[in-house]
Design a binder for this molecule. Structure first.
Ligand SMILES: *Cc1c(COP(=O)(O)O)cnc(C)c1O
Length: 834
């Protein structure tokens, strides 16, 4: 900064701070933006927007104040130091071979100042990037910059949703064009059948790491193509396909252009799976190998996270569309026929009508696959079982990493203060040791005070929101008084906000409107409810539910007790999750893969009342909250909906409301606050992205990096060997068969034996296993059998079996084996003795 005029260096420093989204979870710079332009700061929360709006004279005046300057300099110094500091990852894995993880996602929810998200999926991606920065995990993100993002919501006079598409002006967004060293804007070209298109690139600073965004709105492109990246989840299948091509293929090319060579590629949902193909293409260019060899080399470096709990949720494309866009790419760049390409996205490669499923492609090109909660793991193993014909569902190679949320993004000022007192400032940057005990030591009064302040803050926000919505409805007049009496800072406050997708059953709570009115308007024990949510513009059913809630909200007796907050977005979610006492969630089990909004309330001292689905199915204990549902699946049985709605009301009437209003002599609901403390202590750390990202790093990224290095070394020597191994299997496997089965009683064990005919297939290339279905509540029985050569390709395999089950329970099976292969992911063959 030396040698520059004070003002210039001050401005540069402010720019640097404003462009680092670190401000979205660290509030040390808030006072700068507030002093520069309080109104823009309060309404947008966007420091970069503040810098664009504020006058030169105001900036100059502030930069002349020494404490203002000192804050800037201290923050800048901290930022520079943080960039190179050793964090959890460097300390826990000092000699790590992992250099770069590329995280691909169609949406990222980082801040409302960069609205390129729709909901939960973007939330997971955004919170994981922030945490990777906190923990020092070397991640770069890749996504799309949408000129209109996801639609915005207004509510019409009749209560129905209206979709709006305000433009994201790149100038106002806290991003920068990505420039090469000599200042040229880095643009990529892609070849489509018949034309070349420009893709612009942008960079976003997120603490220590970068997110790269791509868009097509380059004036050099034909108008139709400029609109490809306009809307998130808008447009038809062809638009979506092109978005996914840009994300995956151009995204991978960009990383290559930047000289980054990610060993690990994390595919957040099937949308991103084309990145795996581009990675194969590049590997072929570098090493002159076949498709099969390049696939074997690269796939172990790919991690695929599936977020969908129903088959209809997968992204699928018509075969004609795939053929149109990929024939030439497959033949000329991947070295495979289009039929083989289509087979990568199909269950049955011979079914010409079967659409191309992006999740299938992702599974077939990854070395590890995970779901996002324990229950979702089980659901996913069933969903993807058809890709593993003959394999028991439990053997389908899909594990789970339960989602979390980035606590520093979602906690309130008051809860942050309390946690700091209990567990220190750096509590979310380490391995969470000591957090639980720290919180358990907090006393009831402190927590109750925090809850009251947070609820008060929510009430203020609700009133402001109420006034804004009145302006939107052109109900002008009354001034600030119009909001008088709206919400009560002492009343039990419930929140229900989420996408209005049918499976979330957003109308369950409205099933008996009069009963709900009675709960809300009880004079002695008042209850208030904040609602919010958007329904996709193509989802008529979801929109009908929004209308129903808005009509309900207009009942005069509910005016002070219920508000439908319009245009549910990240800023509103922040004050909502910070202020509510109870967060309600009513998905239809098992459709909620994880859910994250309920996790956001944990650190803030809210409590969950939720269906036993997604994360809550593994988090719920009677001491920490309330559950509805019996932990079973019932489809869309209306009698079950009826019963669960009844349970919801009964819990509120008989348990929740009485407990909140049961006070000790100091007016504190002790039982309630003990429950809050238990939920904060035992759940907040467990369902934070701190835990999630450490789990990804240790269970997925590190092993993936090691495996990729091993397979790609020496020009892909191991990959070639594996490809050859598969070819040998293709040739020799068809001759494999079983002969006679026998049981031998030997001393006190029973030996099961079977004759196996392998022909020319070397016995090292297979494993013969003995399997029995699981008995109630147990795991399946599985034993590796040992073989004895009986000559001429024949072997007798033996294993001892437990005495408590009939011999007829046991079935031998033959599966391929290679010490370095990931099975059955990489080879799904299996032969059973029938
Ligand atoms: C957290 C969040 C979501 C995800 O919520 P779930 O209902 O748990 O899926 C969606 N939208 C916004 C704005 C959020 O903050």
């Amino acid at each position: 900064m030396d040698g520059q005029p004070e003002e210039t260096s001050g401005l540069l420093a402010l720019r640097e701070l404003a462009l680092d989204l670190h401000w979205s979870w660290n509030h040390a710079s808030d006072r700068l933006w507030r002093e520069l332009d309080a109104e823009t700061w309060e309404t947008t929360g966007n420091p970069w927007g503040v810098l664009h709006t504020v006058s030169r004279s105001k900036t100059r005046a502030l930069l002349a104040q020494s404490d203002f300057r000192q804050t800037i300099e201290a923050l800048l110094k901290e930022k520079r130091e943080a960039a190179n500091e050793s964090r959890w990852f460097q300390q826990a894995h000092p000699a790590s071979p992992l250099k770069t993880v590329a995280y691909f996602s169609l949406e990222f929810m980082l801040t409302e100042a960069l609205p390129i998200y729709s909901g939960g999926l973007g939330n997971v991606a955004g919170d994981q990037l922030k945490t990777a920065s906190d923990l020092g995990v070397p991640v770069v993100g890749v996504g799309l910059l949408y000129s209109q993002g996801y639609f915005r919501q207004s509510i019409g006079r009749d209560g129905s949703q209206e979709a709006l598409y305000p433009v994201n002006e790149p100038d106002q967004l806290p991003i920068q064009p990505l420039r090469s060293a000599d200042g040229e804007w880095l643009r990529l070209q892609i070849d489509l059948p018949g034309c070349k298109l420009w893709i612009r690139t942008w960079e976003v600073q997120i603490g220590r790491l970068k997110l790269y965004l791509l868009d097509m709105n380059d004036p050099a492109n034909p108008a139709t193509y400029r609109c490809i990246t306009s809307e998130l989840y808008g447009g038809g299948p062809e638009t979506r396909l092109m978005q996914e091509m840009i994300l995956g293929m151009a995204g991978w090319q960009l990383l290559r252009t930047l000289g980054l060579e990610p060993q690990v590629c994390h595919l957040n949902e099937g949308h991103a799976a084309f990145a795996a193909l581009e990675r194969i293409r590049c590997f072929r260019v570098d090493h002159d190998v076949s498709f099969a060899e390049a696939l074997a080399a690269t796939r172990v470096g790919n991690v695929f996270t599936t977020h969908t709990a129903v088959a209809a949720g997968f992204d699928r494309f018509a075969p004609e569309l795939i053929t149109k866009y990929f024939r030439s790419y497959a033949e000329n760049h991947l070295g495979i026929a289009i039929a083989d390409f289509l087979a990568l996205g199909r269950k049955d490669r011979n079914d010409d009508l079967e659409p191309f499923n992006m999740a299938y492609l992702a599974i077939r090109s990854s070395g590890a696959v995970n779901a996002v909660s324990a229950l979702h793991g089980k659901v996913s193993r069933s969903l993807f079982q058809p890709l593993f014909p003959g394999w028991p569902t439990d053997d389908v190679p899909i594990g789970h990493v339960t989602n979390g949320i980035h606590v520093p993004t979602w906690d309130s000022v008051q809860s942050d203060a309390l946690w700091t007192e209990a567990a220190g400032k750096d509590r979310w940057r380490g391995d969470l040791t000591g957090l639980e005990t720290g919180i358990l030591k907090l006393d009831i009064q402190q927590i109750w005070r925090m809850r009251n302040e947070s609820r008060q803050n929510l009430c203020d926000r609700v009133r402001r929101q109420y006034l804004r919505q009145r302006v939107e409805d052109a109900e002008i007049g009354g001034g600030l008084d119009a909001a008088h009496g709206i919400f009560d800072p002492h009343a039990l406050t419930l929140g229900f906000a989420r996408r209005f997708a049918t499976y979330k059953r957003p109308a369950l709570l409205l099933r008996d409107p009069d009963r709900l009115v009675r709960i809300l308007t009880d004079a002695r024990h008042p209850v208030q409810l904040v609602l919010a949510g958007k329904a996709h513009p193509q989802d008529a059913e979801g929109q009908a539910l929004i209308k129903a809630w808005n009509e309900f909200a207009r009942r005069p007796e509910l005016r002070s007790r219920l508000i439908f907050v319009r245009d549910y977005n990240m800023r509103q979610a922040e004050w909502l999750v910070q202020g509510v006492d109870v967060w309600i969630n009513t998905p239809r089990r098992p459709w909620e893969a994880s859910g994250t909004s309920g996790m956001k309330i944990l650190a803030n001292g809210g409590l969950n009342l939720s269906e036993l689905d997604g994360w809550w199915a593994e988090a719920y204990e009677p001491e920490v909250g309330w559950a509805i549902g019996d932990g079973e699946e019932h489809g869309d049985d209306p009698t079950v909906d009826e019963a669960e709605a009844d349970a919801l009301y009964s819990l509120l009437e008989d348990v929740i409301v009485p407990e909140f209003y049961s006070r000790n002599q100091d007016g504190i609901p002790t039982r309630w606050i003990e429950r809050v403390r238990e939920s904060m202590a035992s759940l907040a750390p467990r369902f934070s992205t701190n835990r999630t990202v450490r789990e990804y790093a240790e269970k997925f990224y590190l092993p993936a990096a090691v495996a990729y290095e091993a397979r790609s070394a020496e020009g892909g020597k191991v990959a070639r060997e594996l490809a050859r191994w598969k070819q040998d299997l293709d040739r020799l496997w068809p001759h494999v068969r079983f002969g006679a089965v026998n049981t031998e009683e030997a001393e006190d064990t029973r030996l099961f034996s079977v004759e196996v005919y392998l022909g020319e297939l070397p016995p090292e290339m297979v494993k013969v296993e003995l399997y029995a279905e699981p008995m109630a509540g147990e795991k399946a029985f599985l034993a590796v059998m040992t073989g004895q050569d009986s000559g001429q390709g024949s072997y007798r395999y033996r294993a001892s079996i437990p005495p408590n089950r009939p011999v007829s329970d046991f079935t031998p099976r033959i599966v391929p084996y290679h010490p370095l292969a990931r099975l059955p992911l990489e080879d799904t063959r299996i032969a059973w003795q029938r």
